[in-house]
Write a protein of this length. Structure first.
Length: 69
């Protein structure tokens, strides 16, 4: 049995936030354009949307969710 190591291939999604979605500290560390590594718990687009909302603390700014395009 092969063990999965830290260099296994990972799926990433490129995120580009428009407008004033991110706060000043998030923008200052370069999160306006970033890569998000997907983990195995993200099985659907809905899971991805929720993960983005929670990871970037967007629940209050985007109460109806985010648009992925």
């Amino acid at each position: 049995m092969e063990m999965e190591g830290p260099f296994e291939k990972a799926t990433r999604v490129r995120l580009v936030f428009k407008g004033g979605l991110l706060n000043k500290s998030q923008r200052s560390v370069g999160l306006r354009r970033c890569w998000l590594r997907l983990n195995s718990s993200i099985a659907t687009i809905s899971d991805l949307s929720l993960h983005i909302l929670r990871s970037f603390n967007l629940e209050n700014i985007c109460p109806n969710g985010v648009t992925l395009s």
